[in-house]
Ligand binder design. Structure first.
Ligand code: HEM
Length: 359
């Protein structure tokens, strides 16, 4: 044997884990059956948060390199996909916790005051490392969110807030995407023409529809023209920057273009992994949003209009944070600029050849 033998219980330190539940209701000798479920649910969440952070840190170290190594990209995308699987699985844990009724919760709730999930350091690390900034957060108790953390954690949190997040690193990586401008093909001119042609064809269809009353025709044409205007932001950097400053986009003009290029030409081998990375980030954001919403609903059914043990307005705060704390919103909004596959400009052979693998 190359290595000393090891026992299951020692290897996994089972004793430590199964002896780490100390219900307050036992301590105060006021038995509350459901407190064990409440503790174990939180503990398993924190264990999975630890795994998510482990994966996230490894993806961050790949993306923080000045030149991201291509051969690390498959691994980074697989790790992001693993985070999605974990998040989907822990979403289901709410079902288990909801078998506890509000009355069962009230048996021990007062004993936890003022502890709250708001103090979960690992959850805050996940959000911040993904790219949620201080200014993006809902204000809570008139003090910055990190003040709720333990003192030793506050210093680390401030450090992490200063570091570039996955959002920042991803933006830089997108900006370096090749093929944004190729010598013999101006993609954006071709795309603008395809968009114009598509809208003009739709406007003509409305104009030629004899069954539509004139006022409906006018309304439909106006709505198509307005939609076409939203594309201005895509083709005019100044217009884009104005919209961005107003808070409608977070990614830079160049990074947004790259993300669109990747989405439209995702079948090209060179864009396959970047496409999977963007999709995994959309999935992470969507699953975290679903978790926030389900958690808000759970808090509502458990607490009604009561305030949280951490002092927030309770379910109202949680419901408001649900969409406000989304990070990769730009990837969701990008779909506005999609056009049907049949109308996407065909790439010149010289470019599509370079996007393929050659042996
Ligand atoms: C009976 C079940 C639960 C109730 C009633 C509940 C209630 C609340 C409330 C009211 C808040 C807002 C802060 C406050 O005022 O305390 C909160 C925040 C939070 N809770 Fe829970 N919670 C429950 C279970 C869980 C579980 C199982 C987790 C898993 C880790 C969790 C994680 C969090 C997190 C991370 C926050 C901060 C959310 C944010 O600020 O966006 N909670 N919870």
């Amino acid at each position: 044997m190359k290595y000393p033998s090891v026992h299951y219980s020692d290897y996994l330190e089972i004793e430590k884990i199964i002896n780490a539940q100390h219900p307050k209701s036992d301590e105060y000798k006021k038995p509350a059956h459901d407190e064990l479920l409440f503790i174990i649910t939180h503990q398993t969440y924190e264990l999975w948060f630890k795994q998510i952070l482990f994966e996230l840190n490894s993806v961050l170290s790949t993306f923080h390199q000045p030149q991201v190594e291509e051969n690390e990209m498959g691994r980074a995308s697989a790790r992001l996909e693993r985070i999605v699987s974990i998040l989907k699985m822990v979403l289901g844990q709410i079902d288990v916790l909801e078998t506890m009724t509000p009355l069962d919760f009230l048996d021990f709730r007062d004993m936890l005051y003022p502890a709250s999930g708001f103090q979960s350091f690992q959850w805050r690390l996940i959000e911040t490392k993904l790219g949620l900034r201080m200014g993006d957060r809902l204000s809570y108790n008139q003090s910055p969110f990190y003040k709720s953390l333990a003192e030793s954690q506050q210093a680390e949190m401030l450090k992490v807030l200063e570091e570039p997040s996955l959002f920042d690193a991803l933006e830089k990586w997108l900006e370096r995407t090749p093929f944004l401008q190729a010598d013999d093909f101006n993609f954006w001119e071709s795309y603008q023409k395809a968009v114009n042609d598509m809208f003009q064809a739709d406007i003509e269809t409305v104009k030629n529809n004899d069954r539509l009353p004139p006022e409906d025709k006018e309304k439909n044409i106006k709505s198509l023209q307005d939609s076409l205007k939203t594309f201005d932001a895509l083709f005019d950097e100044q217009a884009f920057n104005e919209i961005r400053q107003a808070g409608n986009f977070r990614l830079s003009y160049k990074a947004l273009h790259a993300a669109l290029l990747i989405q439209l030409y995702r079948d090209q081998p060179v864009f396959q992994i970047p496409f999977r990375i963007i999709r995994a980030l959309l999935d992470i954001d969507e699953t975290m949003t679903m978790w926030r919403y389900r958690h808000a609903l759970m808090a509502h059914r458990m607490l009604g209009q009561k305030i949280g043990t951490g002092g927030s307005s309770g379910h109202k705060y949680l419901a408001d944070a649900t969409s406000k704390h989304k990070i990769f919103n730009d990837f969701f909004n990008l779909t506005t600029f999609f056009i049907p596959r049949s109308q996407i400009p065909t790439l010149p052979k010289s470019i599509s050849d370079r996007m393929n693998f050659h042996y």
